[in-house]
Write a protein that binds this ligand. Structure first.
Ligand code: HEC
Length: 149
């Protein structure tokens, strides 16, 4: 990816940070669920999160939270695809509900670390695709890219 293309993508994504209601104005390319699972494990999201089917993986990690924040399913307030993307790239945008504030935030900032400087865009696309498959989200239209020939 050319640097300027990357810059445009990042500014488009970070534009979401200012919005109260999640923007419907962007869509990531289709990801790879297996690759996304690898990203999920690589960045040790399970140190702070729980997800159905990942109990074994979680038990191998040192837990950073007493009460893990549940990912996936229908329990989350996350309802749309842009909300899910925003939760990953800007965790403090809106804090999870139903958890001990003392544990999940410090001075209004999420204790979830930013992965923005370590995760590649490809990794994020795959990660969000993987996460999305574990949520009951509102259907979201995907961008169909026409491959150059
Ligand atoms: C050090 C602990 C920690 C790590 C590591 C962590 N998170 Fe989080 N995450 C949190 C906390 C605390 C919250 C709840 C506060 C908030 O909404 O930011 C959260 C919230 C979320 C949410 C929103 C959940 C909701 O229902 O509102 C998503 C999605 C998420 N994290 C994904 C991830 C992914 C993917 C990774 C790995 C790349 C990850 N997190 C790594 C602590 C962590």
């Amino acid at each position: 990816m050319k640097p300027y293309t990357f810059a445009i993508l990042i500014s488009a994504l970070s534009g979401l940070a200012g919005c109260d209601t999640a923007s419907q104005s962007f869509s990531l390319p289709t990801g790879d669920e297996a690759q996304g699972k690898a990203v999920f494990l690589k960045y040790q999201c399970l140190a702070c999160h729980s997800m159905t089917g990942f109990e074994d993986e979680a038990s191998k990690l040192t837990r950073a939270l007493d009460t893990p924040v549940v990912l996936g399913g229908e329990v989350s307030r996350i309802r749309t695809y842009p909300e899910l993307v925003t939760s990953v790239i800007n965790p403090s945008h809106r804090l999870a509900e139903g958890y001990d504030d003392q544990e999940i935030q410090v001075d209004g900032q999420s204790v979830m670390p930013s992965f923005n400087d370590v995760m590649t865009v490809t990794e994020m696309v795959n990660l969000v695709y993987f996460l999305e498959s574990h949520y009951s989200l509102e259907p979201y239209p995907r961008t169909d890219y026409i491959s150059p020939h």
